[in-house]
Write a protein that binds this ligand. Structure first.
Ligand code: FES
Length: 312
């Protein structure tokens, strides 16, 4: 389908780092409807394409509402939305798609981490409309970084549990009690990769199809013809093999190394690592040309051939 030409009708700050945009069609035509969990792909003012979940009403929408977090070290997509997209700015938007649809269930547990709240909020509104039983656990660093805090508290009352960890790994929410015994509840989770990995790990004994994740990782992160390669960690002298179907970051994590990441799709800049030796197949959208000879984004990029030596 062709992209829709849209105009930013409203822009408001939800937190210091998160802005909400309401988009209306430039020519006033009606917009394709969508279901909760859907996203649109937006051509941001920088030219980079970015996926954003849709917030708000789904039936006969008059506008599309998205919330955009300024990603750390972003020089492209999210930063350009914050800095260059204002009321009146026109942008192209690809029609909604949904890889994270609600399923039929008697009860739901919705889990959001940070900006991952956007599809979760849309789902909660729909479940409320359908009079379904649901609870939400919404994890953020602190109150000031919690988008839609007042709206959601007012709408969902004690069905909403907000947890702040102050960025301290020792204070992350302990989900185990919700997962110890498999339930008929359907779980929907959207948030940073570490949160989703945690929920995947503790729900491994649940029947298939009960726990659903929104995963914005583009398929190109791992391509069909990718091959395994070696990575040497210069600080520890350790070596590991990155399998054909895993990223360097995942292979490090699998091997028990501590990793720091956020988007895991080559867009945020968090996993930037110094390259000491080797030829890199750069697949990220953050590194500037002059950084490429001696840096690598380990969540998406791989070895062109042979081995890479990283400053880890
Ligand atoms: S984790 Fe975001 S670029 Fe790698």
């Amino acid at each position: 389908m062709d992209p829709i030409k849209m105009r930013i009708a409203r822009k408001r700050s939800l937190t210091e780092q998160i802005a909400e945009f309401a988009l209306v069609p430039v020519d006033g035509t009606s917009l394709p409807s969508f279901t909760p969990g859907a996203h649109v792909t937006v051509r941001t003012p920088s030219g980079a394409m970015r996926r954003y979940s849709l917030v708000g009403g789904t039936e006969d929408p008059k506008e599309y509402v998205i919330a955009v977090k300024r990603e750390a070290e972003s020089r492209g997509g999210s930063a350009s939305m914050h800095d260059e997209a204002n009321e009146g700015t026109e942008i192209e938007v690809e029609p909604p798609e949904n890889d994270f649809p609600l399923t039929e269930a008697n009860e739901y547990l919705l889990i959001a981490g940070g900006i991952g709240v956007t599809p979760i909020y849309a789902m909660a509104q729909e479940l409320e409309r359908q009079n379904k039983r649901f609870n939400i656990i919404y994890c953020t660093r602190n109150k000031d970084e919690t988008a839609y805090l007042d709206e959601m508290t007012e709408a969902f009352g004690d069905r909403l549990l907000i947890h702040h960890d102050d960025g301290d790994p020792d204070k992350v929410y302990d989900f185990w009690d919700h997962f110890a015994e498999p339930q008929t509840t359907h779980v929907f989770c959207c948030g940073p990769q570490p949160l989703m990995e945690e929920i995947k790990a503790i729900s491994g004994h649940w029947p298939e199809g009960r726990v659903h994740f929104e995963d914005f990782k583009p398929v190109e992160v791992v391509r069909a013809d990718d091959e395994a390669f070696e990575v040497e960690l210069s600080k520890s002298g350790a070596s590991l093999t990155v399998p054909a179907d895993r990223s360097i970051l995942e292979a490090l994590r699998d091997a028990g190394h501590e990793t720091v990441s956020s988007c895991e799709s080559g867009t945020c800049g968090t996993c930037k690592t110094k390259l000491i030796e080797g030829e890199v197949d750069h697949r990220d959208m953050v590194l500037m040309d002059h950084e490429k000879p001696d840096h690598i984004m380990i969540c998406v990029s791989r070895a062109k051939s042979g081995k890479l030596v990283l400053d880890l």
